[in-house]
Design a protein around this ligand. Structure first.
Ligand SMILES: Nc1ncnc2c1ncn2[C@@H]1O[C@H](COP(=O)(O)OP(=O)(O)OP(=O)(O)O)[C@@H](O)[C@H]1O
Ligand SMILES: [Mg+2]
Length: 496
């Protein structure tokens, strides 16, 4: 009987019976200032605009004395001094459930695809902490992206986080759409942040298609939406991926792009009174980036493999956002404008790109083949000018000769049509043939490095071996000296 009443008692206990309200006192650029309501940072409020008979959602971004600073999620035309603001009592939450698959949402988690409301009962907070580092599952399974260059020379693990870095128009979005179509992850969660309006439909209809959409959720905040939408869309995307990870799924999260996220926070920071620091970005930008990116990866149930596109301002790889994102992630894929100009797509500069976990998810022979091909690419690039000017004489250096002989085949291997899918088996077979190194069957599995010892184990074994050797030597030395020692002792005994 008691348990029957408990749920009602609980509901009553958690029901907010006081409505906290306030009134608009000023609108300064992107920020709405108000007298009240009583609220916390991140709380969602409703602004009533009676002249237009509409309500606008806004988020509390800061306080100054008794003034609350809010940022609206949509157009505030018609807003005036005195408009009522009602606090909701909660921060932004996103509806979650299996029904999200195939749907397109906006930055507040509301469907915008005209397919009706979402039939879900569960909600996830968009502002969450990263999983506990100690309970995270280890990354030891290879994920297939279907892109030959990545699956071979830049192998990624399930739960790894990588950035795709390039200037504008070099092929970031195209590469991301190839991964979305071809990956063997269970679910795609894709955040389109600050993209052009046209690109959204192109991505859904042309790039993903109905088959891809079936296992994808898309969150959209285009370039014309308020900065708070572009910022929160990244969080909503992450929260949805976290929900599926908690269901034990292997999720592929894709964000296009992180630079627009940083721009949104720059606009918000500056308009709420923060001082500009590096290249006009306020310090909060550099604080938010790792907090958001650390939420992906593995937890104790599943994994979120993440690809974050970064638009590199002026192709300068040292600009602050590029530097911050690159330093936070587990790898970077750099696209080169000169490769794109040569129509070498995907324009991945393999020498400047790195997957920090490739060794953990690749077999021994595969790694040998990868090293050989990477080395040949590096040698060819080092000598490109000499080779193309005809200065290099064949026969002068065996490795340069090999890099010239293999150059065309390597180019062919690294290039891939947008609509071409390459399975992991195909990739490894082609890699093996190219490097002329046999990759055994056991390296084609999802965890090819499973039995391999860790560095700590190897060091421990090495130490133990050294101790045993030293003991053996010491006891050997003692035994070999034994007759001399006995005669010395008997000499002393005789003298006594
Ligand atoms: N794999 C590919 N095959 C053929 N063409 C490609 C490929 N990748 C990119 N392109 C060409 O490059 C153009 C720009 O690509 P994309 O839109 O992906 O670049 P982006 O880096 O996302 O650009 P932005 O910074 O403007 O978002 C495409 O319109 C297409 O013509
Ligand atoms: Mg793009």
């Amino acid at each position: 009987m008691e348990s029957f009443f408990n749920k009602y008692l609980n509901t009553v206990k958690h029901t907010e019976t006081i409505l906290y309200t306030g009134h608009v006192t000023a609108v300064k650029g992107l920020v709405i200032e108000s007298n009240g309501p009583r609220s916390v940072i991140g709380e969602i409020c409703t602004i009533k605009i009676p002249s237009r008979n509409k309500e606008v959602l806004a988020e509390v971004m800061g306080f100054e004395g008794n003034t609350v600073k809010l940022m609206p999620y949509s157009d505030t035309t018609g807003i005036e001094i005195g408009c009522e603001i009602i606090a909701s009592g909660h921060i932004l939450q996103v509806p979650v459930g299996k029904n999200l698959l195939g749907r397109v949402l906006d930055a507040t988690g509301t469907p915008i695809d005209g397919k009706g409301s979402l039939d879900v009962t569960e909600y996830y907070p968009v502002l969450a902490s990263p999983p506990d580092p100690i309970t995270r599952l280890p990354i030891n399974k290879r994920i297939s992206t279907g892109v030959r260059c990545i699956d071979s020379l830049l192998t990624c693990g399930k739960g790894q986080r990588l950035g795709i870095f390039a200037g504008s128009g070099v092929g970031k979005s195209t590469l991301l759409s190839m991964i979305a179509r071809n990956t063997n992850a269970d679910i795609n969660v894709i955040g389109l942040i600050g993209e052009r309006n046209r690109e959204v439909n192109d991505f859904i209809e042309r790039d993903l298609g109905p088959e891809g959409m079936k296992r994808s959720v898309i969150v959209v905040a285009t370039s014309d939406t308020p900065s708070i939408c572009r910022l929160r869309a990244a969080y909503v995307t992450t929260a949805i991926a976290e929900y599926f990870r908690d269901q034990g799924k292997d999720v592929m999260l894709m964000m296009d792009n992180m630079t627009r996220f940083a721009h949104a926070q720059r606009e918000i920071g500056l308009s709420t009174g923060e001082a500009p620091a590096q290249r006009g970005y306020p310090p909060s930008v550099f604080d938010l980036i790792p907090k958001l990116l650390e939420r992906t990866g593995t937890n104790d149930k599943g994994s979120i493999t993440a690809f974050y596109n970064v638009l590199v301002d002026g192709d300068d790889m040292d600009e602050p956002i590029t530097d911050k994102v690159r330093g936070t992630l587990d790898g970077h894929i750099v696209l080169s404008r000169s490769l794109a100009q040569q129509r070498h797509y995907p324009a991945i500069d393999v020498l400047k790109s790195i997957s920090r976990l490739a060794r953990r998810v690749s077999g021994r022979e595969t790694l040998k083949a990868v090293n050989k091909i990477s080395r040949l690419v590096a040698i060819y690039e080092d000598n490109r000018d000499m080779i193309s000017a005809g200065v290099y004489q064949k026969g002068a250096n065996a490795e340069i000769d090999l890099s010239i002989d293999k150059h065309e085949a390597i180019e062919e291997f690294l290039c891939q049509e947008e609509d071409e899918h390459c399975s992991i088996d195909d990739t490894l077979q082609k890699l093996s043939a190219l490097a002329e190194i046999e990759i055994p069957d056991e390296e084609y599995v999802e965890q090819p490095a499973l039995g391999r010892k860790t560095v700590a184990q190897l060091v421990h074994e090495h130490k133990e071996e050294n101790v045993t050797d030293a003991n053996a030597k010491a006891s050997g030395a003692f035994e070999s000296n034994l007759p001399e020692q006995i005669s010395a002792i008997s000499d002393v005994a005789d003298k006594l």
